[in-house]
Design a protein. Structure first.
Length: 315
């Protein structure tokens, strides 16, 4: 069953296309990650899903409710933590969560229980009576998470939940997210690959407002393992090296960088191809000596950069 169904979603600001006709589904019980560089359209997409901003075009359904046509019903299906948690610094944690429970119109008889459940889930028992302004950044983020899970909605949406946290706090927040994933469908956004690959079942990679990958973590790992990069250095002119490399059918794309008299090349080979022998003969015939060569499996970071690159590779 799909908790979220997005069809042809678009957002434009004048001539600028922030989100470009994307469609996807998020299945119940998944921890789903939106990954992409800054400006890729992650926050804009989440803001449209939550109804914070309107879409230029397309359709958003949450548990079958259209966010445009049935906003009240749709918004009852999720809890939302924006990048900057909407907390009141002069309230205690407990006071703020009681206030948030009122805003969410949780039944008065159930508010105390709802607050206790949220406090427990976010790990806030030790600081429940403290002023929010006296908490660390990590604990303030947890207060924001507790606010999002109040009333235990089906869907929890977290926008950059670890931004500004130190390494220890990041690990703690990851554990909170994993705990949420046991009983909720969770969407998180981040520009940090390790963040998404650590906790997510399903990964959407965005670039320039488009979804360039929709896969599981295992599929992303398999893509990295099965895609080989050939790195080598050639003595000669960059223009001549590029000309010769374009003769090789086994190259998907390549990047070059001139370092003195040496051209450094990173070549992405096509699946199943091994161009090393042919490369040797072509460059030797052109009197371009190879100074070094090594075959590397791509890392997840390499795959991410390849998917979100700006098309600067030579093809």
């Amino acid at each position: 069953m799909s908790v979220i169904e997005i069809s042809n979603l678009t957002k434009k600001y004048g001539d600028i296309v922030a989100v470009d006709n994307i469609s996807f589904k998020v299945e119940k019980g998944k921890i789903c990650g939106f990954l992409g560089p800054n400006g890729a359209g992650k926050t804009t997409t989440l803001n449209m899903i939550t109804g914070y901003i309107s879409a230029t075009g397309g359709e958003i359904k949450i548990n079958g409710f259209d966010i445009l046509k049935e906003p009240e019903a749709a918004k009852k299906q999720f809890g939302y933590l924006p990048e900057l948690p909407p907390v009141y610094m002069d309230m205690t944690v407990g006071e703020y969560l009681k206030f948030a429970a009122q805003l969410k119109m949780i039944d008065k008889a159930n508010r105390a229980k709802a607050v206790e459940e949220a406090v427990e889930l976010a790990g806030l028992n030790e600081v429940k009576k403290r002023l929010i302004k006296n908490l660390s950044k990590g604990y303030r983020q947890r207060v924001g998470v507790a606010q999002a899970v109040l009333g235990m909605p089906e869907l929890i949406i977290l926008d950059e939940p670890t931004v500004g946290l130190d390494p220890g706090q990041i690990i703690e927040m990851r554990e909170v997210i994993k705990k949420l994933g046991r009983n909720h469908t969770v969407i998180i956004s981040s520009h940090i690959l390790s963040e998404i690959s650590e906790v997510c079942d399903q990964i959407f990679i965005l670039s320039k407002g488009k979804i360039v990958a929709d896969c599981s973590k295992d599929e992303l790992l398999n893509r990295a393992a099965s895609t080989n990069l050939l790195e080598f250095e050639v003595k000669g002119s960059e223009k001549t090296v590029i000309s010769e490399l374009k003769k090789l059918n086994g190259i998907e794309s390549f990047k070059t960088m001139m370092m003195g008299e040496v051209v450094s090349v990173k070549a992405q080979m096509k699946e199943g191809a091994d161009i090393r022998e042919e490369l040797f003969y072509i460059l030797a015939e052109a009197k371009l000596p190879i100074l070094s060569m090594k075959l590397n499996e791509q890392s997840l970071e390499d795959v991410f950069i390849q998917l979100t690159s700006e098309g600067k590779e030579n093809k």
